[in-house]
Ligand binder design. Structure first.
Ligand SMILES: *Cc1c(COP(=O)(O)O)cnc(C)c1O
Length: 855
C-alpha cells in the first residue's frame, strides 16, 4: 500500500527539555561538535544512526525523554548548550567590531550595511536539509555559515525543492539511475513563516493569463543567519504552478524562468515581508550567487518607483549600487539564457512589474543574438559590482564579458574576483581541530575547549592522518557493500567488500560532478598504467572515485559507466572503487581521509573548485591542473601541478599528454615520497609538505577570508554608494541619471585633438626621466568637471598595442588644453596615448559606463 499523503508528527518534548528543540532547529549544530555531543549523550547508538538532532527528537522513545527530563546532569548540560547558543547568536563578533572601529575613525564615511540579502538557487548547509546539487550550493551554505561566525548580517534566500537534487545509484552494468525522494518540509529543520493571524505568509508573483504564483516561506536558522526558502507547493496554486519548486535543475526553459522569476522577484518580496514581521533590519545590499536571481534588481526598481514621481533611469543607479553579482561560469555556453519571446511572455503584459516598461526589461538582457535574453548580461547591467571566483576566473570573465565595455582593455573591464573559500568548522575533522587548534571561525570548535597543542610532532599528525584514512576505508567498505546490494548482489557474495582498501596505502580521491571538462576518466586514459600504479607491490595506490552526472547528460553517464566497468574488475577492486551518491555526507570522509586530492579539469574551465581546499584543511595534498584556485595558490611545495598542455588544440592529444604527466607524478614523485619512511615509520618529506599546506593554505582557503573580502571590497562600498545614491529622495541617483543623459547627448562629439610629449634637456630618454604630456581636448559641450582626462603610458609591441600601462591624470591648463608630468616607467619601446573618461562621484570605476574617447 502507498500513502496518499505524508506528514510528520512531532514528538512531545517535556518542558524541561524545551532547550533541545532550540538546539536541534538551529543548524549551528552542523558545525558545533559540543551540540552534537549533547544529543549523542541521549542515546549514542541511536544518534550515530540518525545523525540529526531533530530526527533524534522524533525517534527517541518518549520514556527515554521523560527519564532525561529528570536527569539533573543532562538538564545542566542542556542549559549550558542553550546558553552557549544564545551567546553565539547575540554577542558582537568580527563585523560589529569592524563597524565600531570604522565609526571611531575621524574620516569615517563608510557605511556597514544593516543587512545583506544573499540569493542562490541552491544552499548546501548539511545533508539534513538536502537543497543542493553540488559546489555552487555548498559554497552558498559555507558563505552563510562563515557570515554567521563573523557576525555579518546576511539573510539567505532561495527556492525549497520538494525533490531536491537526485540521489544516485547504479544499475548492474554501471549506468547511473536517478531517484527523487520527496521531502516533507515539516520534518526538516524549517519553520513556516506566518502572519500575525497564524496564516502562512504567501508571496505572490503575477503569471501570464491573469494567473498568480504563490509561495510560502520556510525559514532555516543557520547560526545567526536566517535562510528563507520559497515553496510553491501550496493549495492556492494551479496544479502546474505547484510544481515550480519541484526539483533542482530539472525541466525546460519555461520551468526555469518560472523558478528564476520566483527566486528573484518572489525572493525579494519574501525578504521584505520577513523583515517587516520579525523586525530584522531590511537589507541594503543584494548579492546574487550566479545570475539566476537577477530579476531581483527589477523588483527593487519597482519598489522605489511605486507611487513615486521618479523614472526607471532615475532609480537605476541606486539599484545598481546595491547589487553584487558573482559569476561562476568560465564559458559562454554555460551562461543562463532565455528566448526573448519567453521573457516577453512573462513580463510583456506588465502585471508582473507594473511600474516597469517591459521593453526596459528586455533591453537589460540584450546580447549578440537578438532572439536571446542573457541573464549574465542583465546581471552585469543591474549590478555595479561584479566578480569571478578565482584570480584566473576573474581574468577569463573580463575577457568573456569585455564586449560590454568596448574601448577598454581587458584588464580594465570592471569584473574583479574573490577567490572562493570553504567553511573550516564544517570541513575540518574534529580531531584535526583538536590537534591544531586555531580560531573557532576557521578551524572549528574541538569541543574540549582546547585550542590545540603547541609543538605537535610529525608522529602525532601522521598518526591522526592514518586514523582519518582508516575512517575513510571503513566508509568505503560500508558504501561499496551497500552499492552492490542496490545493484542486486546478495549479501552472501559480498564478503570481499570487507577486505577492500587498506588504511596504510596511499589514498587518492577524485569526486565531483561529471561534466566533460572535469575529465572523470582522464585517469583511465592508459588503463594499464593505472593498473600498474594500483597494484604496485612496494608502493601501491588506492583510488576513491565518486560523482553524479546531470540526469540529461548521457555523455556524463557513459563516463561513469566506463569507470564502473574498470573498477568492477576483481583484480583491481581492492584498490579502486566508485561510490554512488556523492554528497556532503560522503564528501566529509573523502576530504578528511585522502592523502592526495586529484583534480584534472581542462584549463581554464574550472571557475574555482573548492573540494581541494577542504582536503587541504585536513592535511591532504592537492594534485591538480593549474586551473581555478590552484592556479593562484600552488606554490611548488603544497602539492603538485599537472602541467597543462595549453595550446594543444586536439583534445585527445591534450588528454594523452596530461594523463602521461599525471601517471608520472603519481608513480615517480608522489608514491616514492609517501612511502619513504624514517626509523619510526613516518614519511618525513611527506609530512613537511602536509605541514606546509596546513600553515600556508590553511588560512587562505577559508570562507571566513572570502566573506571578509566581500564585506570590505563589496558590501561596504555598495552600502556606501547606495546611501549616496538614495539620500534626499534619490538625489544622487537622479543626478547620475541626468549625467548619463547629458553624456548620451554630447559624448559622441568629444575628441582628443592633438597630443605632444616634451622634456627638458637634449640628452636621450632614460628610465625615470620626467616628461610632460599635453593634449588638446574638445569637450563638445561637457564641462571640465564631467570628465577625467588621462595619459596612459606603457610598453608597445609590434602592433603598437600598449601593455604594462600606467595611467596618470591630466589637468586643465586653460584654452582647452590638458597637461601632466610623469616619469618614464620602463626601459625599451614605450608609447602613450591620451583618453577621456566619464567622471561622476557615484561611479565605482572609470570603465563602468563603457564610454571612453581615445586619442
Ligand atoms: C565542496 C563540494 C563540492 C565542490 O567541489 P568542486 O571541487 O568544486 O568540484 C561538490 N560537492 C560537494 C558535496 C562538496 O562538498
Amino acid at each position: 500500500m502507498r500513502a496518499v499523503r505524508r506528514f510528520t508528527v512531532h514528538a512531545r518534548i517535556p518542558d524541561q527539555l524545551a532547550g533541545l528543540t532550540a538546539l536541534a532547529t538551529n543548524l549551528r549544530w552542523t558545525w558545533h561538535p559540543p551540540t552534537r555531543d549533547l544529543f549523542a549523550s541521549m542515546d549514542d547508538a541511536l544518534f550515530r544512526r540518525v545523525r540529526d538532532p531533530l530526527r533524534m527528537l522524533t525517534v527517541i522513545p518518549a520514556r527515554k525523554l521523560e527519564e532525561l527530563a529528570s536527569d539533573a546532569g543532562f538538564l545542566a548540560r542542556t542549559r549550558d548548550a542553550v546558553d552557549d547558543l544564545e551567546r553565539y547568536l547575540s554577542e558582537p563578533r568580527w563585523y560589529q567590531r569592524r563597524a565600531a572601529e570604522d565609526a571611531g575613525t575621524t574620516d569615517h564615511d563608510e557605511r556597514f550595511p544593516s543587512a545583506v540579502a544573499y540569493f542562490s538557487m541552491e544552499f548546501g548547509v548539511h545533508e539534513a536539509l538536502p537543497n543542493y546539487s553540488g559546489g555552487l550550493g555548498v559554497l552558498a551554505g559555507d558563505h552563510l555559515k562563515a557570515a554567521s561566525d563573523l557576525g555579518v548580517p546576511v539573510v539567505g534566500v532561495g527556492p525549497l525543492y520538494r525533490a531536491g537534487y537526485f540521489r544516485q545509484s547504479l544499475s548492474l552494468d554501471g549506468w547511473q539511475i536517478e531517484h527523487y525522494p520527496v521531502i516533507d518540509p515539516s520534518g526538516l529543520p524549517l519553520e513556516l513563516l506566518t502572519e500575525p493571524s497564524g496564516e502562512p505568509v504567501l508571496v505572490r508573483v503575477a503569471m501570464p493569463g491573469g494567473r498568480e504564483l504563490q509561495a510560502q516561506i520556510w525559514e532555516a536558522r543557520v547560526g545567526r543567519v536566517p535562510l528563507l526558502l520559497l515553496d510553491t507547493d501550496v493549495e492556492g496554486n494551479d496544479e502546474d504552478l505547484r510544481g515550480v519548486t519541484d526539483r533542482l535543475y530539472g525541466g525546460d526553459a519555461d520551468h526555469r524562468i518560472r523558478q528564476e522569476i520566483l527566486a528573484g522577484i518572489g525572493g525579494m518580496r519574501a525578504v521584505r515581508r520577513y523583515c517587516e514581521l520579525t523586525g530584522h533590519p531590511q537589507p541594503e545590499v543584494f548579492h546574487t550567487n550566479e545570475g539566476h536571481a537577477g530579476f531581483l534588481g527589477l523588483e527593487r526598481a519597482r519598489e522605489i518607483l511605486k507611487g513615486s514621481d521618479l523614472s526607471f533611469d532615475d532609480v537605476l543607479s541606486a539599484v545598481r549600487a546595491g547589487t553584487v553579482f558573482t559569476t561562476h561560469t568560465p564559458v559562454s555556453a554555460g551562461i543562463d539564457r532565455f528566448p526573448v519571446d519567453l521573457v516577453q511572455h512573462y513580463f510583456g503584459d506588465g502585471r508582473l512589474l507594473p511600474e516597469i516598461d517591459p521593453r526596459r526589461v528586455l533591453a537589460l538582457g540584450a546580447e549578440d543574438n537578438p532572439n536571446m535574453f542573457n541573464m549574465a548580461h542583465m546581471g552585469l547591467r543591474l549590478a555595479q559590482r561584479a566578480n569571478g571566483v578565482s584570480a584566473l576566473h576573474g581574468r577569463v570573465s573580463r575577457r568573456m564579458f569585455g564586449k560590454l565595455w568596448p574601448g577598454f582593455d581587458t584588464e580594465e573591464v570592471p569584473v574583479r574576483s574573490v577567490t572562493n573559500g570553504v567553511h573550516g568548522p564544517t570541513w575540518v575533522a574534529r580531531e584535526m581541530s583538536a590537534l591544531l587548534g586555531g580560531s573557532d571561525e576557521e578551524w572549528g570548535h574541538d569541543g574540549d575547549g582546547g585550542s590545540g597543542k603547541a609543538g605537535v610532532t610529525d608522529e602525532e599528525l601522521w598518526a591522526l592522518r592514518r586514523e582519518l584514512r582508516g575512517n575513510l576505508v571503513a566508509e568505503v567498505r560500508r558504501r561499496a557493500r551497500d552499492a552492490w546490494l542496490q545493484r542486486g548482489a546478495s549479501a552472501l557474495e559480498l564478503g570481499w567488500t570487507e577486505r577492500i582498501f587498506n588504511p596504510d596505502v596511499l589514498t587518492v580521491g577524485f569526486a565531483r560532478r561529471v561534466p566533460t571538462y572535469k575529465r572523470l576518466t582522464l585517469m583511465l586514459r592508459d588503463p594499464e598504467r593505472l593498473r600498474a600504479l594500483l597494484l604496485d607491490e612496494q608502493r601501491p595506490i588506492q583510488f576513491v572515485v565518486a560523482g553524479k552526472s546531470h540526469p540529461a547528460d548521457e555523455g556524463g553517464k557513459a563516463l561513469i559507466q566506463q569507470i564502473v566497468r574498470f573498477v568492477d574488475d576483481p583484480e583491481v577492486r581492492q584498490r579502486i572503487v566508485f561510490l554512488p551518491d556523492y554528497g556532503m555526507s560522503m564528501a566529509r570522509y573523502l576530504y578528511r581521509g585522502c592523502d592526495v586530492w586529484l583534480n584534472n579539469p581542462t584549463r581554464p574551465l574550472e571557475a574555482c573548485g573548492t573540494s581541494g581546499m577542504k582536503a587541504a584543511l585536513n592535511g591532504g595534498l592537492n594534485l591538480s591542473t593549474m586551473d581555478g584556485w590552484w592556479d593562484e595558490y600552488y606554490d611548488g611545495s603544497n602539492g603538485w601541478a599537472i602541467p597543462t598542455a595549453d595550446g594543444v588544440t586536439d583534445p585527445l592529444q591534450r588528454d594523452d599528454l596530461e594523463a602521461d604527466a599525471l601517471y608520472d607524478l603519481l608513480g615517480q614523485q608522489i608514491a616514492p615520497l609517501f612511502y619513504e619512511r624514517d626509523a619510526g615509520g613516518v614519511p618525513k618529506g611527506w609530512m613537511s609538505m602536509v605541514w606546509h599546506t596546513l600553515r600556508t593554505l590553511g588560512p587562505r582557503v577559508q570562507a571566513s577570508r572570502m566573506v571578509r573580502e566581500y564585506v570590505d571590497s563589496y558590501y561596504v562600498p555598495a552600502a556606501t554608494t547606495v546611501a549616496a545614491a538614495s539620500d534626499e529622495h534619490y538625489a544622487g541617483s537622479r543626478s547620475l541619471a541626468a549625467y548619463r543623459t547629458k553624456l548620451d547627448l554630447y559624448w559622441g562629439r568629444v575628441r582628443v585633438l592633438d597630443t605632444e610629449l616634451t622634456y627638458d634637456g637634449t640628452d636621450s630618454l632614460v628610465v625615470g626621466k620626467e616628461v610632460r604630456v599635453r593634449a588638446g581636448i574638445d569637450l563638445a559641450g561637457l564641462d571640465e568637471s564631467d570628465v577625467d582626462v588621462q595619459v596612459v603610458v606603457g610598453r608597445v609591441g609590434d602592433t603598437d598595442d600598449l601593455h604594462d600601462v600606467e595611467t596618470v591624470p591630466m589637468w586643465p591648463s586653460g584654452r582647452g588644453g590638458y597637461e601632466a608630468t610623469l616619469r618614464l616607467p620602463h626601459a625599451g619601446a614605450l608609447g602613450y596615448t591620451v583618453r577621456v573618461l566619464p567622471k561622476h562621484p557615484l561611479l565605482a570605476g572609470p570603465a563602468e559606463l563603457g564610454k571612453v574617447v581615445l586619442a
